[in-house]
Design a protein around this ligand. Structure first.
Ligand code: MN
Length: 595
């Protein structure tokens, strides 16, 4: 459908028929089979989608909805609602994120193959292979068939599918978010079990992909199911903070003045923390009352250097709280989050947190990999590709991992929230908590890992099994450093098996195991050597245009040459203890002489 953006938003049919209606609107309305009112269940979805992608094709969304509705008809959710409300809500979450039409179509259909008679093939014929790939990626393995392995198999399959197309993971996250929001009808035990699984794998995956908008929602709904009382207490706290809004308005206004004086163009807004984030800080600090500082975000119009100018303006206005400044622009987090963080002593001597970032950093912080879909023409830089390179590395271990359970274990470990940053080769490197110099060496490169010999931590030689701490400055020495004069006993080349006992990162574990798989001496048996020795003689004879009719001449030669038996001669030929050509010449002499 060819409509301009202005009318596009109205295409959902929310407008009642009016006498003075534009002919174009009327014509479009007649093209749609849906009644033009809010009773149309797809209206909101189309409106959201068109609000972000003005020229998107709405007809395919309606077609997908119609098929999904048809297939799920007669199925109900535990809450008693018609099943179709679920895929529609999942598609709405994807639309709010700014995902493309293909994602929304797949979201509408995401449970059809698993739960209805609709087949993947029919879906592929109706909507194309791209949609089919996305739906297949989120389709669970049958528990009845796979038993206990089903969960691990399903996650592994989803990660592989996401390696080809990351939209698989985005649909899965939206699916889980809606399921978690509608868990209310289940038992407390089953709610807790699902919440824990979500917290263990999906939330950290969401974090790695940098989709903070989705992660905040997931965090809060996990808290709701794991700590319902705490969730209620914090929700009440956030709801009735007296004087909070007026205070923050004042902070924002004063920050704007300070920025203008420093000639920094920027938007300043209030940045409330989500419940889970307040809860985490409250627990971590052992606070009796919710620990919740006022927070603002400054989004500068200009380049990254303007962030530092804005920081100067803020610190000039309010005294910074010592030890609270963090430069995630110079050292981005492992999910490539970039911003400056500081805390200042704000009006009325209250501590205020300030985040400072560019527009592009802000988009990336909010939407992560989804930013590519939400802002298709915007140059989001190489950053999102890097978020995907993490996913690709996960796929590497997937190939190394012997079974899905082990893969899931490695994934959990890699996604573990506890992380440290150390300095190596003059840059910050993020490692799992408890990591050792060997983990670091592999993080710096496979070669460095395979050949690391020794490490200096903060200038002192330390065992390779030492646990690194936040902020350590680490130098890794490899075998090639040893050759160039580093004094250490030169260990056998390659990694040591003992390393597997202490390395923390799945990446290092996989690389060490890979080395041992590749470096086991190829097991050539005596029988192989005999066979290959015989073949070598056969080839050498052929260069003399001769062949062997039987083993007899060879047997005689082996006796003449003093070998205990023919096999020993053939092994000697294979091992090049004697030259094949020498053997062949003697063999020809022997045969020709006797005849
Ligand atoms: Mn679902």
């Amino acid at each position: 459908m060819d409509v301009d953006a202005g009318h596009g938003a109205a295409l959902g049919g929310a407008l009642p028929a009016q006498p003075g209606e534009l002919p174009l609107t009327r014509r479009l309305r007649s093209l749609l089979s849906w009644p033009a009112n809010d009773a149309d269940p797809v209206t909101q979805l189309v409106r959201t989608h068109r609000g972000i992608h003005s020229s998107a094709d709405a007809s395919v969304l309606r077609r997908a909805y119609t098929i999904a509705e048809n297939m799920h008809r007669g199925q109900f959710r535990k809450s008693g609602e018609p099943y179709i409300t679920h895929p529609l809500a999942v598609a709405q979450i994807c639309a709010d994120l700014g995902m493309d039409t293909t994602t929304l179509v797949a979201a509408l259909l995401h449970d059809t193959v698993e739960d209805t008679r609709y087949t993947l093939q029919a879906l592929s014929e109706d909507f194309g292979p791209e949609v089919a790939h996305l739906v297949d990626g989120v389709t669970k393995f049958d528990k009845a068939f796979y038993g206990k392995a089903a969960e691990a198999e399903t996650i592994r399959k989803m990660i592989i599918a996401a390696g080809k197309d990351v939209r698989v993971l985005i649909i899965k996250l939206a699916d889980r978010l809606h399921n978690m929001r509608t868990l209310g009808v289940r038992s407390a035990a089953s709610r807790e079990r699902i919440a824990r699984k979500t917290q263990e794998v999906l939330v950290p995956l969401c974090d790695r992909l940098g989709i903070q908008t989705l992660k905040r929602d997931l965090d809060d709904v996990v808290l709701l199911h794991l700590e319902p009382d705490e969730h209620a207490r914090l929700a009440r706290h956030v709801h009735d903070r007296p004087g909070w809004d007026a205070y923050l308005d004042d902070v924002v206004a004063q920050a704007k003045v300070a920025l203008r004086r420093s000639r920094v163009d920027a938007e300043v807004s209030v940045r409330p923390r989500h419940l889970y984030s307040i809860w985490k800080d409250t627990v971590a600090g052992g606070h009796a009352v919710p620990y919740d500082l006022p927070r603002i975000v400054i989004v500068v119009d200009g380049p990254a250097t303007d962030c530092y100018a804005a920081l100067g303006a803020v610190h000039g206005r309010w005294r910074p709280v010592p030890g609270r400044f963090k430069d995630f622009i110079a050292s981005p987090k492992n999910n490539l989050y970039r911003s400056l963080h500081t805390s200042v002593c704000g009006p009325q001597d209250r501590t205020v947190e300030v985040l400072i970032r560019t527009r592009e950093m802000h988009r990336c912080a909010e939407y992560g990999v989804a930013a590519d879909f939400r802002f298709p023409r915007a140059a989001t830089g190489a950053s999102n590709t890097d978020q995907l390179s993490w996913l690709r590395r996960v796929l590497d271990w997937e190939q190394e991992a012997p079974d899905p359970a082990q893969f899931l274990q490695s994934l959990r470990c890699d996604l573990a929230e506890a992380q440290i940053q150390v300095v190596a080769d003059g840059r910050q490197v993020v490692l799992p908590a408890g990591a050792t110099p060997v983990d670091l060496a592999y993080e710096l490169g496979t070669e460095r890992g395979d050949h690391c010999l020794a490490a200096r931590i903060n200038g002192r030689l330390a065992p390779l099994a030492s646990e690194l701490d936040e902020g350590d400055v680490v130098e890794i020495y490899t075998e090639s450093d040893a050759e160039s004069g580093f004094e250490a006993d030169v260990a056998p080349r390659g990694p040591r098996r003992e390393w597997l006992d202490f390395v923390k990162s799945p990446h290092a574990q996989m690389q060490i195991s890979r080395w041992f798989t590749e470096h086991v001496e190829p097991g050539i048996s005596i029988a192989d050597k005999v066979r290959l020795g015989r073949a070598t003689i056969g080839l050498a004879l052929r260069t003399h245009n001769r062949g062997l009719a039987s083993d007899l001449p060879l047997l005689r030669l082996s006796e003449e040459l003093g070998y205990p038996d023919l096999e020993t001669l053939l092994v000697a030929v294979f091992d090049r203890a004697v030259e094949p050509d020498t053997v062949v010449r003697q063999l020809i002499d022997l045969v020709d002489h006797r005849q």
